[in-house]
Structures are given as C-alpha cells and as structure tokens.
Design a protein around this ligand. Structure first.
Ligand code: ZN
Length: 478
C-alpha cells in the first residue's frame, strides 16, 4: 500500500489534478468434467499495478508488472505523458464527482478457501453427479463446470483513500445431454454464481439436480414445436436474469447513454431526456441496483475509483429513475456522487462503467409461480438461459431459454422445444402484469459480461421472482 500512496503523491507533485494506483492480483481455477473424466483443469495467476491520472482536462493510464519503485515511477510517468497528450487535444472540461476519503478493508465472508482444496475433491462432486446422469435413460454426455476466482485489490488515490479488498467468486454448472427420438437435447443446471467460499460449492445439491436435469434432457427430445404468434410468457428467475442484463442493465450504463461506449451491442435508447419520465415497464416493474448485496458478484466493497458500493433504484414502478454512473460521468449529468459501479477486469484495464447487482423487485402481493400459472389460460413457461441477440440501441431483442413448457387453462401440459421470444425491450417490460412474491426470489450471477475495447470481462448478480408477460411474440428457433 505504501508504494501506491507514494505514486499518487508523486503524480500530485507533478501537477496531476487526480491520480489513483490500484494493485490487482487475480487467481482463478477452471475445472471441467466430461462424462466420467476430468476434461480440463487450468489455474492461472496474474498481478500488476494500474495507474490512472487526470492532468487538467486529459486522462492517462498505464500499468506495470514491475513492483519496484523505479518500475512504478516509469508507469506513472507514462500515464502522465498520455494525460498531457490527451489534455492538449481535449475540447471539454473534465471533472469528477466528490467521494469521501475511505480507509477501509473489505472481504467476501468465506469459511474455506477453494484454492486450498484438492481439485480432485472438487471434481469428485461433479463426477458423482455425472455417474448418476449417465445411468439415466438416453443420456450420452454430461458436463460439469466450476470456476473459482480470488481477487485482491489495494487502492490509493490523491483523495487520500486507502482501500484493501479480497473477493472470492464461484461459478458452478452442470449439463446433461440426451439423444432420443432423432434429437439431441440438453438441460443445464446453473445454481447461482456468487461471491462465496468453497463451502458454498460443497453444499450444492448436485445429486437431486442430476436426476432432474437428466430426465428433462430426455423429455426435451420428445417435446413438441410451439405455435408461432403472440402468447403469454411466464419466465423463471434464471431466464429473466439474462433478459434484464441485456435490456435493463446495459441500457442504464451511463457511458452507453452518453455515447462514450459503443462496442458489444452499442449504445442505449434510455437517453437523458427520458430520465424520470419514461415508462420503461409496467407499474409491477421495479429494478433495484444493490452493490452491497451479500454474496453479490459486484459486491466489491468499493469500486475501482474508490467509491463505496451502494444501493439505489434504477426503475421505480416502471419509470426510469437512475443510471450506473462513474465519477466523471456522474458529474457531467449533475449528480453529486457516483453510485460506485466502475470496475476493471485486471490491473492493465481502465475501470469502466459496469452493470451493478441488479434485480427485479419481488411483487408485494402474496403470489406464487403456481398461482400465476393457474391464472394463465394460454402461454409458455420458460426456465434457464438460452442464446440471445439485441440491437445497437438495446431495443429489438430476442431470447431463447433452456427448457419450455406449454401452459393451457392454468396447467402445464407438456414440454415444448426451440422457443424464441421477440420484443422491443420497453414494450416487453411494460407487458409485465404479475411478479411472484419474495418467497420465490432467486439470484443468478454473471461472471463473463464482455464490454469495452479492448474487451474486459465483468461480473454481477441479477435476481427475480417468476413473472408473467402478456402478448409476447414467440417464434420457432429452428
Ligand atoms: Zn453484459
């Protein structure tokens, strides 16, 4: 930490308006099983220091793996040189939102460090589930996947903040693939990816879910095609997590809104003129951003600009009320403070606006998924994530799913296949007429959200209770 403080002071003495230095070490482990063998095991570790500097009206960034004072000064000089160059051609005044000074430590609460556990033990849990799935009728292939990540950050800025964080994340997944009736179909079990220790992974109910997804993968091979046209959709939390990520999470990133970010499906229709007056969804639709959520993948304690993680409303009873705003852009739109959602993947990435932990608030009325289904005359119930696409303004979107069931006269009547739904994002959220209550709320983490040039990977948690959407266009995906 001392070196980081010295580097921030060094840049201040050279005329920087603001500077911060971030030491970032990441260790991760990926373990994949296929049928009864370990298909791949990879572990990697990377660490270095990133230095960001604001000189008059220009930003500069540099990074190094050389932790010596000499190495750090070289990187600091480079960042300053780039900031001066940016300033010489800058046509706009740059400012950044105030943040109180923080002297703090934050760590994911864990009991067992996954990196202290033999990978063979980790694989054995997945292989036991695999054995069970392979005994099921028509299952010919199984995949187990687990990803563990440990991140350590030290941060110091010319504001005077000194912050240390240690985060542990885990992403588990299991897939059963069946061949029957001339079809090959899969079913995925994707328990919540979250910030947690090894104890979370160890306690996951592998065996009971192995049986369920193996049976559903086979059933999927005998599923009927859906009829095309408008129908009512009942979506489970995991399916909704991807839909909200793409159609609410990304469009409310302020850098996209202001036109500073265009890669990875572009900008945003949720422009500033719509703030506080645009109907983004029905009055059943409230979205809460919460980077203080326990176990949330974006619960970093502090973001990579030294801003304390916060909780705020993004959409309130259907109305767009806020964005995810880093310090510079928050100031640009007259906000007093950033809401702390600016993060970098590694030491050599510039921190960028990131989707926070973002969830659809559960309905206030007591209502279960079963009651929603019982109240639906015609429709399709969808579980899990499938493929998707969305346009550059995040308006025209289409999503699949992992498993689909027909709903007739209040009952599930059988499995369907290859269902794709299609909508304009705000029309989709406006059509939401029922959200189940908090008893059915489930979280669903993302660990590989791609954004930026060069591309960075980000992580965050979404969540929802099952919800119904009226008159959505459904097509066959095949
Ligand atoms: Zn994303």
């Amino acid at each position: 930490m001392q070196k980081l403080i010295e580097i921030a002071d060094y840049l201040k003495n050279k005329g920087a308006r603001f500077a911060d230095a971030r030491e970032h070490s990441v260790k991760d482990r990926t373990l994949i099983t296929e049928n009864m063998r370990i298909n791949s095991f990879r572990e990697k570790e990377i660490s270095g220091i990133g230095i960001r500097v604001l000189y008059e009206n220009g930003w500069g960034y540099s990074s190094t793996k050389d932790f010596s004072m000499n190495g750090l000064q070289k990187a600091a000089d480079e960042a300053l040189r780039l900031a001066k160059a940016a300033n010489s051609i800058s046509s706009e005044k740059i400012d950044y939102a105030f943040e109180p000074v923080h002297l703090d430590r934050f760590a994911t609460k864990i009991q067992i460090d996954p990196f202290q556990i033999d990978p063979a033990e980790q694989a054995s849990l997945m292989l036991a589930a695999s054995r069970k799935m392979l005994k099921s009728r028509d299952i010919f292939k199984t995949i187990g996947y687990v990803y563990f990540k440990r991140q350590e950050r030290k941060y110091a800025s010319t504001d005077g903040s000194q912050i240390e964080t240690v985060l542990y994340s885990v992403l588990p997944e299991m897939i059963a693939i069946a061949k029957a009736n001339g079809e090959v179909k899969s079913r995925t079990w994707m328990p919540n990816a979250c910030n947690a220790g090894y104890e979370y992974f160890k306690e996951l109910p592998f065996m009971e879910n192995a049986e369920r997804i193996a049976a559903q993968a086979r059933e999927h091979c005998f599923a009927r095609q859906c009829s095309e046209g408008k129908t009512n959709l009942i979506l489970d939390p995991l399916n909704l997590s991807l839909t909200m990520h793409e159609s609410v999470g990304h469009p409310t990133e302020l850098d996209r809104v202001l036109g500073y970010e265009e890669s990875c499906a572009g900008r945003s229709f949720a422009t500033l003129d719509k703030l506080k007056n645009f109907r983004y969804g029905s009055d059943k639709v409230t979205f809460i951003a919460d980077n203080t959520m326990e176990g949330g993948l974006a619960s970093y304690g502090y973001d990579d600009e030294g801003v304390k993680c916060q909780k705020w409303k993004m959409i309130d009873e259907g109305i767009l009320v806020d964005y995810s705003a880093p310090r510079e852009l928050a100031k640009k739109i007259g906000k007093e403070r950033s809401n702390g959602s600016c993060r970098a993947e590694l030491y050599n990435n510039v921190p960028i606006t990131r989707i926070p932990n973002l969830y659809l608030a559960p309905g206030e009325k007591i209502l279960s998924k079963e009651e929603i289904i019982a109240d639906t005359k015609d429709g399709i119930y969808i579980e899990g994530r499938g493929s998707f696409s969305i346009d550059q303004m995040r308006l025209n979107m289409q999503f699949g799913g992992d498993a689909f069931w027909e709903v007739k006269n209040g009952h599930i009547t059988g499995m369907l296949k290859d269902v794709v739904y299609n909508a304009i994002s705000y029309e989709f959220w406006r059509s939401c007429d029922a959200v189940a209550d908090s008893r059915e709320f489930e979280k669903a983490g993302f660990i590989s959200c791609g954004k930026g040039d060069p591309m960075q990977i980000g992580q965050m948690t979404h969540g929802a209770s099952p919800a119904r959407f009226r008159n959505i266009m459904v097509r066959r995906g095949k």
